[in-house]
Design a protein around this ligand. Structure first.
Ligand SMILES: [Zn+2]
Length: 387
């Protein structure tokens, strides 16, 4: 058994993570950071490095055949910087300023997910350096346009034929094993009324007041399911508008709200739409003037890989080997590209450095102490599954 721990160099991972953070890569502008990743994979001795016109980069470690193959996935892009100061410094800082103990790397994308990219790309290098006898292939996929939440980058990579028996998504999990996330639906709900002069409200039907009834009914009597590992389904209202508007004193005959609904893997589009339609039907039965419609605006699929799946069990073993404990399995509160891997029939588990709650915030940092363990766990997993 080669000494994996001795083969992972902290300074090397830190330097690479810092370079990634220092290279801006908004969605659709990933070329420079893709250059960096491609160059690093070549330096580390990957057997093949593929790059497509979108700037998705896929590094391959070829196995001798007959073994389990594993696909690592991460994204090259980061969220907008907002008012974050010095967002591309990649500075090594004292974590105390961010309520973390020990040093951190600071900058947009540190937690989401340039530290994860660095750990998984370096892990491939460690496998090469140690000459681990791979049977199955290891693919390291670094994809574009994840933050736009349509899976364009990862879907393109899948369409090009890259596939494996199992997958790992390296988004931030605080070094815990994650099994997925709830799905996200955005729904437009429109209530209808009848216009009248603002000075004569009794002459019309106010669509805004009908909407308040609808939202109150959701708060009071809208049953939502719960998942043992992914948590509660939830709803909230994101936006509300009415027309014709306040330019003239007119009672509105239309009011539209956008509802964010987080759903569980067992809920279909029809289930989610049907639940809201049932609330509308209940209100209409009690009030002949109540009229409303619901439409689906966006749908991001839920991800769930059962905890007894071989890749989750193997990830827990790898974590125990490196950190001493399997830890409790968890789930992300946001969505990741792993859901598209699951949909493509590649069971995916989550494990990565950094805290998901720092993603997209102005306190975007990753503890330096997460980098080597993340890389070690990946190498351990590869050793367990692919050799
Ligand atoms: Zn992310």
């Amino acid at each position: 058994m080669p000494d994996i721990a001795a083969a992972v160099d902290l300074a090397e991972i830190v330097a690479f993570a810092q370079k990634l953070i220092q290279t801006p890569s908004l969605s659709g502008e990933e070329q420079a950071v893709a250059d960096l990743v491609e160059r690093r994979m070549r330096e580390l001795g990957y057997d093949q490095v593929h790059r497509d016109a979108m700037h998705n980069v896929v590094g391959v470690l070829k196995g001798s055949g007959g073994g389990t193959s594993l696909l690592f996935n991460g994204h090259l892009d980061h969220a907008g910087v907002g008012e974050m100061p010095r967002p591309f410094s990649g500075a090594w800082m004292d974590g105390a300023e961010f309520c973390r103990s020990g040093p951190v790397l600071y900058g947009r994308g540190a937690s989401d997910m340039k530290a994860g990219l660095a750990a998984m790309v370096q892990a491939g290098g460690v496998v090469k350096k140690l000459g681990l006898p791979l049977k199955g292939d290891v693919l390291v996929t670094c994809v574009v346009r994840e933050e736009m939440a349509r899976g364009e980058g990862v879907k393109a990579v899948l369409e090009q034929g890259f596939a494996a028996d199992y997958a790992v998504n390296a988004e931030a999990t605080n070094l815990r094993v994650y099994v997925g996330h709830r799905g996200k639906a955005e729904l437009g709900v429109t209530t209808f009324g009848q216009t009248s002069h603002g000075g004569n409200p009794a002459g019309g039907v106010n669509a805004i007041l009908k909407m308040t009834r609808f939202l109150a009914a959701l708060e009071k009597s809208y049953p939502l399911p719960r998942h043992e590992f992914l948590g509660d389904a939830t709803w909230t209202v994101l936006d509300i508008e009415a027309s014709p508007g306040a330019l003239t004193p007119i009672v509105p005959d239309r009011c539209r709200a956008v509802i964010d609904r987080r759903f569980l893997p067992e809920e279909s589009q029809e289930d989610v739409l049907g639940g809201l339609r049932a609330v509308i039907a209940g209100l209409a039965a009690a009030d002949p003037e109540f009229r409303a419609e619901v439409e689906l605006l966006k749908w991001f699929p839920a991800m769930f890989t059962p905890p007894d799946s071989p890749v989750v069990r193997a990830m827990q073993r790898a974590r125990r080997g490196v950190l001493g404990q399997e830890g409790k399995v968890g789930s992300w509160y946001f969505g990741v590209d792993g859901t598209f891997l699951n949909q493509a029939g590649i069971p995916c588990v989550g494990f990565g450095p950094g805290d998901e709650y720092l993603a997209h915030t102005p306190h975007d940092v990753v503890p330096v102490s997460h980098l080597v363990p993340a890389c070690l766990v990946y190498v351990q997993l590869i050793t367990d599954m692919c050799t």
